[in-house]
Design a protein around this ligand. Sequence first.
Ligand SMILES: N[C@@H](CCC(=O)N[C@@H](CS)C(=O)NCC(=O)O)C(=O)O
Length: 210
Amino acid sequence: MSRIVLYGFDGSTYVRTVRMLLAEKGAQYDQVPVHVLKGEPRQPEHLARHPFGKVPVLDHDGRRIIETSAIAPYLDEVLPGPSFTPDTAADRARMRMAMGIVDSYGYAALIGVAGYHLFPDFIGGRNEDARRQGIATGRRVLEGLMKLRGRDAFIAGARPSIGDFYLAPICFYVALTPDAAEVFAADGFAEWWERTQALPSFQATAPQLG
Ligand SMILES: N[C@@H](CCC(=O)N[C@@H](CS)C(=O)NCC(=O)O)C(=O)O
């Protein structure tokens, strides 16, 4: 198995998505901790890896892959161990909807709420209107994702998938804020959250705070 190098620090939610997958696979990898809150992704050294200055970036087998929506499915396919992509087309669609919803609507809203309380400099300062908007949109995102989940244990079926690994690291930060109860009031969320926090891959990838 060729060497895996993951660029990005543990505090990044998207990096944690990939780390959860790597943990589930039991894969060995090296990590270069490009630190978002220190502005390191915007330095020339990292811009050479990712032209839009984001983490994670993956190097594997002589190829470089950027964007979590490419990295996570790639690793899921090439690494041995259980698959975190559902077996049926319908469930794969649920997983991909979850990834798309988090990317397009969830990340900005939920990190906006978390950032207001925990890392205001990263989100460009505290803006009360943006916080309220983030709470409303974030709640709508969770409602949509829990509707997708239906009566299943995880978002795309009975087993965890990459869709769950997208959402959980973001919820980790929201949970640390006084807005958590309001954002998390979506039907079915509490049950999913309890189950997801219990995953060994979630526990093994908790960022060091402070
Ligand atoms: N579309 C990217 C988004 C990744 C992303 O937003 N990463 C954040 C950290 S969680 C980042 O690198 N932020 C740096 C910045 O915006 O300066 C992906 O899916 O990988």
